[in-house]
Ligand binder design. Structure first.
Ligand code: ACM
Length: 269
């Protein structure tokens, strides 16, 4: 299976300009089976007001941007995961959408909001779905979700082979941790970050693909827009054996983890 990575800078408030840029980048990854893009591609990130965030959002079933992505997926006969500023009634979500050759497949709404995102977006309310696309099973996270190991584990337990992670990272830490999430869950982890500067924010690039051994198969530059294709065997993520006597999932002891559910970060136990 070939995985495509598109690290680039969407243009804040200029959807046509973003689509124009993306058109050739997507064509460079046309032979990949699965292509992953950054977070909030249809709007950009550094909103000056909730109204601007809302004005730049689209709904999943009425989106110029997703129509463009669906056409590309159809033309290239592949799957595309993209970050999307999603409007649903009066709420906004930082969503990751999965589109295939036949159109929309599913979505994940970012659960953990970062900094000023709390002024614009609602936390995700669609859980942590895993989608079987035939060649592999896909889970999705969005950017700041990276720091919560629980969500990576849930997706792995639900059978994800590849966790796709559209991002607009401004801190330099996630790229260090993502290979460890891949290792401890024995999955492929693919963080696709953006580059460039918007307002006071500079995004950290260095999109990264890790295999289930925590090895880095690809890392992009910090600043350049780039498209890459990497070949993987997604099915090796289904082998959770660590030693002849240790299996990552069978050795779990959930009754010992109950405090994780009960503990509310505001209170001591
Ligand atoms: C982030 O969650 N966009 C940092």
């Amino acid at each position: 299976m070939k995985v495509g990575i598109i690290q680039f800078a969407p243009l804040l408030g200029d959807l046509n300009g973003t689509i124009e840029k993306l058109d050739s980048l997507i064509d460079q990854t046309g032979s990949a089976d699965l292509v992953v893009l950054p977070e909030l591609v249809n709007s950009g990130y550094s909103f000056v007001s909730p109204q601007q965030a809302y004005d730049l959002a689209e709904s999943v079933d009425n989106s110029i941007y997703l129509d463009f992505i669906a056409k590309k997926a159809c033309d290239n006969n592949n799957f595309i995961v993209t970050g999307f500023n999603e409007k649903n009634g009066d709420k906004l979500y930082s969503t990751s959408v999965l589109i295939g050759p036949d159109g929309y497949i599913g979505q994940y709404r970012k659960i953990h909001l970062f900094l000023n995102e709390k002024d614009y977006f609602s936390p995700g309310d669609k859980g942590l779905p895993v989608f079987d696309i035939g060649i592999c099973k896909i889970g999705m996270l969005v950017c700041f979700d990276w720091i919560f190991p629980e969500v990576w584990r849930i997706l792995a337990l639900k059978g994800a082979d590849i966790i796709c992670h559209p991002s607009n990272l401004v801190l330099p830490y996630a790229q260090k941790v993502v290979p460890s999430h891949a290792l401890v869950n024995r999955v492929f982890a693919l963080t696709v970050n953006r580059v460039g500067t918007e307002g006071k924010l500079t995004f950290t690039g260095r999109s990264i693909l890790s295999n289930p051994k925590g090895e880095t198969l690809f890392e992009a530059s910090a600043e350049k827009e780039e498209a890459a294709i990497i070949e993987i065997d997604p099915l090796i993520a289904r082998n959770k054996s660590m030693t002849p006597r240790n299996d990552l999932f069978k050795d779990r002891i959930p009754k010992e983890y109950e405090e994780l559910i009960c503990y509310n970060g505001n209170k001591s136990r």
